[in-house]
Design a protein around this ligand. Structure first.
Ligand code: GZL
Length: 372
């Protein structure tokens, strides 16, 4: 088993007038979002090649414009200082992923002179529906939505459709069809992230372990794909990685600690953890220490998001690896909307290529300010 972290290829790119400018394919058609093999879900250990801006993205699917969306919607100039764009955030900004995502949307709106209103649903699906309807009542003419739940946004999407208001979904999908129920999905390859996590855990444990999985909030494509991608990869490549327990901790640190405490008591042989986000991983680390065990020695932990504290924990050896979920959606989201109102159009899926933090590059990434 390869004991050293695997290098993969990834580049972030600086945003330009298009979606991005990069040596690698970014907004061209043709996706490598399949995640069918972890190597196709690029992640690069050479932090120096990563730039703290919007990530490189690969776009697939037919292009959608205001003329074709939902039977046609009014053409808008989002930067006229009068047109209102609504941003619906799903979860509390106590999670650095959410805080960075919200700041990125706010910063780009300010840069473009977009009149932005926003609400935060605090992980409550019903609240998110009513908040979106409220923003429509407040005059929002286009919406950027980070769905709490993939299936639960029906009422809000129906209201937006009724009012001919386009909805761009970021970071999680909403049930429905691109260019009909929503403009496009902009987000990470969650299935591919999970495949890399499985490989990282195999590397960290020599390919044999008793694993506890902390899954994300049920009902969204992130949790579904991060669970399935991990399961598929260990089945295909790592037969001695055994999942002995799997339980949701709803993407929070508090629940991550509580659930991990319970699982360690129920399964004393647990020597590895796969956490579907950093908040839960940080909680799990606290539980592991409280149980008198040493993270990185007695229990190997792999996580997803790439937040500041978690990457510090990778650098110190508390975490074995952390796959980034880049939350810097601002430039990508507004460029997509401007393409929607232009002739270029927006393709159905815009999949971000994320970073990958291991013992080989974590400290360098932190030193270079590449970590959110
Ligand atoms: C991913 C996002 C996930 C993050 C978690 O795009 O939906 O939700 O990985 C967050 O930190 O809770």
């Amino acid at each position: 088993m390869n004991a050293t972290p695997r290098a993969k290829s990834l580049t972030f790119a600086v945003m330009t007038a298009g979606l991005c400018l990069a040596a690698s394919a970014c907004t061209s058609s043709g996706s490598d979002a399949g995640g069918s093999d972890s190597s196709s879900s690029a992640a690069d250990n050479s932090a120096a090649s990563q730039q703290v801006a919007s990530p490189t993205a690969s776009a697939t699917g037919p292009a959608c414009t205001y003329k074709s969306y939902g039977g046609g919607v009014p053409k808008l100039d989002l930067t006229d200082g009068k047109t209102v764009v609504g941003f619906s955030q799903s979860e509390s900004t106590s999670n650095p992923f959410r805080a960075t995502e919200t700041k990125s949307i706010e910063a780009q709106a300010k840069k473009l002179g977009v009149k932005l209103i926003q609400r935060n649903a605090n992980a409550d699906v019903n609240a998110q529906n009513s908040q979106i309807e409220d923003m429509i009542a407040q005059g929002a003419k286009a919406l950027i939505v980070a769905p709490e739940n993939s299936d639960g946004l029906g009422p809000a999407l129906a209201k937006a459709a009724e009012k001919k208001i386009p909805v761009l979904t970021i970071d999680r999908t909403a049930t429905g069809s691109a260019c009909k129920d929503f403009v496009s999905f902009v987000g990470s390859d969650f299935y591919g992230q999970a495949q890399i996590a499985a490989d990282d855990l195999a590397d960290a444990t020599g390919g044999s372990a008793q694993i506890a999985v902390l899954t994300g909030t049920p009902g969204n494509n992130v949790s579904t794909d991060r669970t399935k991608g991990f399961q598929d990869r260990i089945k295909a490549k790592h037969p001695k990685l055994k999942v002995v327990a799997s339980q949701t901790a709803n993407f929070t640190q508090t629940e991550g600690q509580k659930v991990m405490e319970q699982l360690l008591q129920a399964h004393p042989g647990i020597n590895a953890v796969y956490a579907e986000n950093d908040e839960m991983a940080l909680g799990a680390l606290q539980a592991i220490r409280s149980a008198g065990k040493t993270p990185g020695k007695d229990v190997k932990v792999v996580s997803i998001d790439g937040t500041q504290q978690a990457v510090k924990d990778v650098a110190s050896g508390q975490l074995a690896a952390d796959i980034e979920t880049n939350p810097r959606f601002g430039p990508l989201a507004f460029q997509s909307l401007q393409n929607f109102y232009g002739s270029a159009g927006v393709q159905a899926q815009i999949i971000i290529k994320d970073g990958h933090f291991t013992s080989a590059n974590a400290q360098q990434a932190l030193d270079q300010g590449l970590v959110y």
